[in-house]
Design a protein around this ligand. Structure first.
Ligand code: PMP
Length: 463
């Protein structure tokens, strides 16, 4: 049931006032969908906005409110909503048919673009989502090495299949999350993020590590960042151990740079998982990497090597409409400075928002790298200058431990002021966010901060 109890929060009241149509839809949705939603990160109290349409960097809800969008299709929209070339390619593909049950031209073009852009990609296998991509990468690694253990890092996200759930937002002790059997997590080694010593010790202790998977700019696109040195240490340890290094570039691929984080850091994994931008805003994913590893999927190679091939069906693998959108998007990203533009805006946005925090006397900080931003709500109430905040000096539990009720209130206050960011108070930027978007965001942020302050949610911290 949707909570419709009266509120004494002016922020919640203002939100409800602006969004009656969304409220109505949320009532219906709660009858039909668990929590009224279709993706956990869209959970919002009292209810989320219902969006009618979107264009470029903006979106409009069913009540006609306009938002500067930092959700960016969960990161899929580096080129913004309905980029004209991507839209045209998608429409053309739709006219040709949505599913051939056969090979088609664009899947070849698409794979070619992936191998051109992503340094580690010799060959590609398309999937329907990022979750499927990490599942296949793990299976490839285990099949190739014959070793079962998977190294993962606490708070890192790799989709929702059984092997990737413990230690993301809960079960940091490695016990299985609900619905997952212990046999799965028994084969996972969960390590603290960014800790080179713990990493080296784990590789010294275990001789059955088949794979390590990591979000290469840190968990949650750098909510918990690590250094390049950490990536290099991981590369070195996996190589020494004969384990497969998987970079999960579902968010960072085609975003951080056209070649992803691996190009930016010049640390090259054995396998890379991709999704989001890969398919130009439509559903799609891929695992790409070394030919000899992808051979585990190859009929002839399996025969020659007398190995059992990994089976891989999937109705929507390489779907022609997703492929067309992906070819159009990657074509643009590979030949323009779209990534750099989004990164530049990111730098400006973080700096401007921190100026606002400092001006408001808020003991919080906005941080991030490339085209992302995150907000640190300082749960331990440390003295903090937002303009000098260094997330590398803060423990990962604290960085990912924003108090939820406060985050929720700030998020609603931003929505009331025409800015949509995610529930963890972060977001992604597109190459089509403009100076006007930046100004609107800064103004909206300032106004949201004063609403939050007026509700007593920003008590000063004694130095
Ligand atoms: N890996 C990472 C780093 C992700 O951010 C996500 C999705 N947010 C996934 C994997 C899963 O991708 P999908 O939602 O397409 O299954």
């Amino acid at each position: 049931m949707l909570d419709q109890t009266p509120t004494n929060s002016k922020i919640v009241a203002a939100y409800r006032e602006r969004t009656p149509e969304s409220a109505q839809l949320a009532v219906e949705a709660h009858r039909l969908l668990p929590s009224g939603i279709t993706h956990d990160s869209r959970y919002c109290e009292p209810y989320g906005i219902y969006v009618e349409h979107a264009k470029g960097s903006r979106k409009w809800d069913v009540d006609g409110n306009e938002y500067v969008d930092y959700y960016g299709g969960h990161g899929a929209l580096l080129l913004g909503h309905n980029h004209p070339s991507v839209l045209a390619a998608t429409q053309e593909a739709l006219g040709h048919g949505t599913h051939f049950g056969s090979n088609h031209r664009n899947e070849v073009r698409w794979a070619e673009l992936v191998t051109k852009l992503i340094p580690s990609a010799d060959r590609v296998r398309f999937t329907s989502s990022g979750t499927e991509a990490t599942l296949m990468a793990l299976r490839l690694a285990r099949a190739y090495t014959g070793k079962s253990k998977l190294v993962r890092f606490l708070t890192h996200f790799h989709g929702w299949h059984d092997h990737m759930t413990a230690g993301h937002t809960s079960h940091f002790d490695g016990t299985p999350t609900t619905g997952v059997i212990p046999g799965i997590t028994e084969n996972t080694i969960l390590l603290p993020p960014g800790d080179v010593t713990a990493l080296r010790e784990a590789f010294a202790r275990h001789n059955d590590i088949g794979a390590a998977i990591i979000e290469p700019t840190g968990s949650g696109f750098g909510t918990v960042p690590h250094t390049r040195t950490f990536l290099e240490a991981l590369r070195e340890e996996t190589r020494k151990a004969g384990a497969i290094l998987i970079f999960d570039e579902v968010v960072t691929g085609f975003r951080v740079s056209p070649g992803g984080a691996q190009q930016e850091y010049n640390v090259i994994p054995d396998l890379t998982t991709l999704a989001k931008i890969l398919a130009g805003g439509l559903p799609g994913g891929a695992v790409a990497g070394r030919s000899d590893i992808l051979d585990e999927l190859d009929f002839k190679a399996a025969e020659t090597k007398q190995r059992e091939k990994i089976a891989h069906p999937g109705t929507y693998n390489g779907n022609p409409v997703s492929a067309a959108a992906g070819v159009a998007a990657l074509g643009i990203i590979g030949t323009t400075d779209a990534c750099a533009q989004a990164n530049r805006y990111g730098e400006q946005l973080r700096a401007r928002l921190n100026e606002e925090l400092a001006r408001a006397g808020a003991p919080w900080a906005v941080y991030g790298t490339f085209s992302g931003f995150h907000t640190f709500l300082n749960p331990k109430r440390r003295p903090l200058d937002p303009t000098r905040f260094d997330p590398l000096a803060i423990d990962y539990r604290e960085l990912s431990g924003n108090p939820k009720p406060l985050a929720q209130k700030i998020r609603l206050a931003l929505l009331v002021n025409g800015v949509d960011i995610n529930g963890r108070l972060g977001g992604v930027i597109s190459a089509v966010h403009t100076a006007d978007d930046l100004q609107r965001t800064v103004d909206g942020f300032r106004s949201a901060l004063s609403m939050v302050k007026a509700e007593g949610e920003m008590p000063p911290i004694a130095a």
